[in-house]
Design a protein around this ligand. Structure first.
Ligand SMILES: NC(=O)c1ccc[n+]([C@@H]2O[C@H](COP(=O)([O-])OP(=O)(O)OC[C@H]3O[C@@H](n4cnc5c(N)ncnc54)[C@H](O)[C@@H]3O)[C@@H](O)[C@H]2O)c1
Length: 253
């Protein structure tokens, strides 16, 4: 049932934060990992940590919302690392604002990176998964999918990721491919640090305030999300598909 071949995983937005922790975790699980981010040089840190620990990794510069760059990146990964059969659609951006102040370009940017990016990456990688009769796709949603003030673009994108995931699960299941979503709550990364700055709070105080509202009384860390992704991408997780797992230190509606 299980292969002895090394699987190739692709993690987008993996130069830092949740993507970097996920790439490192998947390498620890024995995967070869393509580390995609906007700037190839920015991937060096994640790749260096994987190779220093004896793993295989490749830095790839690509904008996931650009069709030609996505196709070129996946072709290069298949040639240099092997056919990718694990995909983590993690790349993300925020352009928060209240509806009446939000520009159309801030709407398009957020929908473009999260939804169009996940679509382009999944379409490019699925042929390798179908050929291998094995695939694992994990999409990063968010607790903001349930609605969050100042994030009409982001919450729409993250709710969209859930519908996208379920449809991938339905279409690709017969090829041995599962698709699931991880929806983080508050995770301490550059993204939440930028939000703290935008609302005029120090990051420490911002985290303390967030932790006081979370049942386990702490904020999340990138490794908390990497751990959930490792479960969904495991060889043994083949009967778990179309699910959304909130990883938020407590229940959400
Ligand atoms: N941090 C949180 O609290 C939190 C909560 C819920 C969901 N998420 C989601 O988790 C994912 C990772 O978040 P993070 O906190 O690590 O963010 P981050 O800002 O620290 O990292 C995101 C990475 O994505 C890259 N990226 C952005 N646009 C890209 C593009 N077009 N092509 C390729 N790479 C691109 C960035 O360069 C960056 O390295 C995102 O999808 C985010 O929406 C984060």
């Amino acid at each position: 049932m299980f292969t002895t071949e090394q699987r190739v995983a692709v993690v987008t937005g993996a130069a830092r934060g949740i993507g970097a922790a996920t790439a490192i975790r998947l390498a620890e699980e024995g995967r070869a990992v393509a580390v995609i981010d906007l700037d190839e040089a920015a991937c060096a840190d994640t790749v260096g940590k994987i190779t220093a620990a004896g793993g295989r990794a490749l830095a790839v510069g690509a904008d996931v919302s650009d069709e030609a760059q996505v196709e070129a990146a996946v072709t290069r990964i298949a040639a240099e690392l092997g056919a990718p059969t694990i995909l983590v659609n993690n790349a993300g951006v925020l352009r928060d604002n209240l509806l009446f102040k939000m520009s159309a370009s801030d709407w398009d940017t957020v929908l473009g990176v999260h939804l169009r990016g996940a679509f382009l990456m999944s379409r490019a990688v699925q042929k390798h998964m179908v050929d291998a009769e094995f695939g694992r796709i994990v999409n990063l949603s968010s607790s903001s999918a349930l609605g969050n003030r100042g994030q009409v673009n982001y919450s729409a994108a993250k709710a969209g990721m859930q519908g996208f995931t379920k449809t991938l699960a339905i279409e690709l299941g017969k090829f041995g491919v599962t698709a699931n979503a991880v929806a983080p709550g508050f995770i301490a990364t550059d993204m939440t640090a930028a939000t703290a700055e935008r609302v005029g709070m120090g990051f420490e105080d911002f985290q303390k305030a967030a932790a006081s509202q979370i049942p386990v009384r702490r904020v999340g860390y990138p490794e908390d999300i990497a751990n959930a992704v490792a479960f969904f991408t495991a060889e043994a997780a083949g009967f778990v598909s179309g699910q959304v797992l909130y990883v938020a230190g407590g229940p959400l509606n």
